[in-house]
Unconditional design. Sequence first.
Length: 299
Amino acid sequence: MFDVIIIGGSYAGMSAALPLVRARRKVLVIDSGLRRNRFADAAHGVLAQDGRPPGEIAAEGKRQLMLYPDLTWRDGEAVSASRLDDGFAVGTADGDRFSGRFLILATGVSDTLPDVPGLKERWGRSVFHCPYCHGYELNRGALGVLASGPISLHQAQLIPQWGPTTFFTNGVLTLDQEQQQDLAKRGVTVEAKPVISVSGERATVELADGRAIELAGLFVASEVAPAGSLAEQLGCKLDETPIGTVVDTDDFKATSIPGIFACGDTARAAGNVTLAMADGTMAAMGAHRALLFGLPESA
């Protein structure tokens, strides 16, 4: 039996594994290989890694982890999980079954985008969710925000920091006078005509009236949900946030189910490599504390 099974081997999962194996705990990482930022050419805003391809960062992290003898890495998809008397059982798509005293869910999230042709194909390349990750490289070019829900108004207020911005409400939002005045003060152009597609080398927004607006980048808030069904299978409490569903955790990343921790994008309403790494470290601390002292009585 492993001390901890970590489901997900991206930035949060690997960051959770590192303190645990350094504490000489037996850790299994099960990784499907589907990093959320796999479509992006570079990761930005990560100290000492700024501009490096995200796949290289992940590969180097795995290489360093594999130097620790107490780490076991299994490529594959975890598809089932259940409670045992002394821990948890995890099953994979290829039929393997593992047991561990504690679980850390670092599965990441799935992104659901508005149903606009051409949007998905540009996700992570010229269509983005995070200006802190991608805004600087757009060089103050013409930018856009495509409305997907109420959170999009906040995006439209934020994006002008990185370039002149057009807010495509696309029938999703109706702005009141105060909101319109606020956007106007920020230099945002509001475009109410429906968006029919996104095309071009970067992000050319095609409108229903025949106009085409060329942009250096387009921002849209995807709707997120934990990748896979393990959190739901295990009965973990979920939180509904302005950007979608995440797993509810406490300060030490413990979920509502004793013995299960969650970290990274699956457990916070913000997607960022640095935050995912910090989350993973905190989940490791929570799990290690439970290994040493047991679970809190209130868990």
